[in-house]
Write a protein that binds this ligand. Structure first.
Ligand code: GDP
Ligand code: CA
Length: 322
């Protein structure tokens, strides 16, 4: 079975680990969001690719849930001593090694796909990890900070301001002229099952499906497309997705996220959708709209619940294939 998963960072990585456990013989390809990427100190930092790579490869910090285990912060201290900002984005020493290798490869003219594959030779994540695009696409928000209008990089909005400043617009800068990374459209077209991880709909899945050609690839694949809601009971599970959705005037509910993606029957992206048991009312709202919806436990509290959730997503996809 070929399974292709669209994913952001931390939430997505957890779900992907469940899929790998639930379908150990499957050939899994993960298409990762890269619109969180940022240049810092001359290094290309790819947070979602690295969250996936470290989580699946056993290198993630289990407490922070991002960055490397056994991390140290000497470089950060010395950068601060030089007065080098930004002080709100911490790069750990071990993590910097990843960014050094990646940046060298990019400077040598290797694409982000090849650079990622090279890093994965060390981490052996058990999946094929692909960036959504090799072009630089970066999410920005038009926000007002201390009375000044700013075009903020997503990371500055998210980490420095903890999603706490009002914004008037959100854009995936560079996306219009981007193209899918090698193998991404093929992984969607050639899959037996396509899964949309319970990742942030605005800044993780949104950018992936905004890459020209990828929404069409999802619409035209012969594989069923099944998504998992990142919203449970009217709120994001961990993190701040609600602030982003509120800022965009969107309803914060499992059903509303599926409606934003739309039904493939009507030119949208989804055949099936999993909501939490406490959001079972979404079943009656979405099923007539052409999204086959099931309510199952959606909290990925531990390996067993995460694996069960992946099992449920694959089972719904299998049911929709018939
Ligand atoms: P990021 O790129 O690191 O922000 O991670 P993602 O975009 O992949 O995932 C973030 C989303 O995961 C958040 O919006 C959460 O609502 C969602 N999430 C986190 N934990 C869980 C969970 O246990 N279950 C579900 N269904 N969603 C979760
Ligand atoms: Ca992310």
């Amino acid at each position: 079975m070929r399974i292709t998963i669209l994913s952001g960072g931390i939430g997505g990585a957890r779900f992907v680990s469940g899929v790998v456990a639930a379908a150990p013989d499957a050939d899994v390809t993960v298409v990762a969001n890269t619109a969180d990427d940022i240049w810092l100190h001359g290094l290309r930092v790819c947070p979602d690719l690295d969250s996936l790579m470290y989580t699946l490869g056993g290198g993630i910090d289990p407490v922070r849930r991002w960055g490397r285990a056994d991390e140290t912060w000497s470089a950060k201290e010395d950068l601060a001593a030089y007065g080098e900002g930004p002080d709100w984005f911490g790069l750990g020493d071990r993590d910097i090694a990843t960014h050094l290798v990646r940046t060298r490869l990019l400077r040598e003219g290797r694409g982000l796909t090849a650079a990622t594959a090279h890093l994965c030779e060390r981490w052996r994540p058990g999946v094929t990890l692909l960036p959504m695009t090799e072009d630089e696409v970066e999410t920005h928000l038009d926000a007002v900070v201390d009375g000044e209008p700013r075009h903020l990089h997503f990371q500055e909005y998210w980490i420095r301001h903890r999603a706490g400043v009002p914004f008037t617009a959100l854009s995936y800068d560079g996306v219009e002229s981007s193209t899918p990374a090698p193998g991404v459209a093929e992984a969607i077209a050639g899959a037996d099952v396509v899964l949309v991880a319970p990742s942030n709909p605005v800044v993780s899945i949104g950018p992936i499906v905004a890459v020209p050609g990828l929404a069409d690839a999802l619409r035209s694949t012969s594989a069923p497309v099944v998504g998992v809601s990142p919203i449970i009971g009217g709120g994001a599970v961990r993190g701040m997705a609600d602030q982003l959705m509120t800022g965009l005037g969107r309803e914060i509910s499992a059903a509303a996220v599926a409606e934003t993606y739309g039904s493939r029957r009507d030119g949208g992206l989804l055949d099936g959708w999993l909501v939490d048991v406490q959001d079972a009312d979404a079943v009656d709202r979405l099923s007539p709209a052409g999204v086959a919806t099931r309510s199952v436990p959606l909290f990925m509290d531990d390996d067993a619940t995460t694996r069960q959730l992946a099992d449920d997503a694959i089972a719904l996809a299998r049911e929709l294939r018939r």
